[in-house]
Design a protein around this ligand. Sequence first.
Ligand SMILES: Nc1nc2c(c(=O)[nH]1)N[C@H]1C(S)=C(S)[C@@H](COP(=O)(O)O)O[C@H]1N2
Ligand SMILES: [Mo]
Length: 367
Amino acid sequence: MEAPGAETITWEGKNEMLLLTDRPPNYETPLKYFLLDFTPNDVFFVRWHLSGLPSAINEDTFRLRISGNVKREMALSMNDLETKFEPVSLNALCACAGNARSFFDPRVPGAQWKNGAMGNARWKGVRLRDILESAGLRENSMNVSFNGMDEPPLSSVPDFVKSLDVRHAMDGEVMIAYEMNGEKLPLLNGYPLKLVVPGWYATYWVGMLNEIVVYADTFKGYWMDKAYQVPKAVPNGNESPDSLAKKTVPINKMDIRSLFVSPESGSIVKAGVPCALQGIAFDGGDGIAKVELSLDSGHSWQECVLHQSLGKYAWRRWNYSFVPLEGTYHLEVRATGLNGETQPVHQWNRSGYMRNEIETLKLKAVH
Ligand SMILES: Nc1nc2c(c(=O)[nH]1)N[C@H]1C(S)=C(S)[C@@H](COP(=O)(O)O)O[C@H]1N2
Ligand SMILES: [Mo]
């Protein structure tokens, strides 16, 4: 397997990203950008499943269509969305379910992401609820599906369509974003519209969104029923390679995770001089209670300093300073949520999803 991140590319307003694949475009954000509260659009990770992407979209003729089990079918222009509905803003982390997949042991197939398949952004748009209310949901509605303008390269490949339960779609938090960090979305991040599903993995954040369909029954499709499945009712999507879970469910809320951002693992630091460790932590929206660091491979833990919250669906930065003695360090970091959840010491699943095993950072301190 080719090592990910071997090459850097610039394309369509993107800058200095790590290239995983070219067609479809899959680019990873270099870790150093996670020292910022918000991930700049020009280095925000890119993940597409299908290579049939439009190379340009005309904002004047673009329409978002709402159909199916509704009283009034609608075709909304960008101007309709920006002027006829109340604008809302939200800080939220968009994290690929397969982020950090390359660290699973034994290795699993799929895009070999390191930690850069995520980004924190300020999203602006309209509430999905407001759109569905104006279309008028019929009472027996069950599921709502979301489809973008990307297309399969071959008719044998299923189109990328995701769905949510109608109650989730109507919770007032799920939004249709037309801005990201104060600008229009980059084409490669789903211009002109991206579904924002706060606290849920990015597979639901359908980009280039142009079709919403309401169902009176359960939506069925490859990307809900076959792909993005995780072991049922098991914390952290855990299973064992030699006894795979028999029951699976569609992946959903993000589990709790913390990681090191700086310095990078393998760095050499100065003994006797304060070493500033920095990182981030996040969960599915219940909130981070504490982030702790261990200098002795998990025997004892010290609390890190949490930076100010950017909102419950955003990541939370943390830092910790210590004075290393000469020698080798295996540092560990773990987050605990307000809901009591914390990170596992070991974790694995066949598809490499929801990675949140406690991370180790190796440092060498020299005089
Ligand atoms: N239309 C469409 N939306 C999509 C996808 C896709 O392949 N097609 N991939 C999803 C996945 S798996 C992820 S991780 C996020 C990535 O969003 P980004 O490209 O803005 O980083 O988009 C989601 N939305
Ligand atoms: Mo993803």
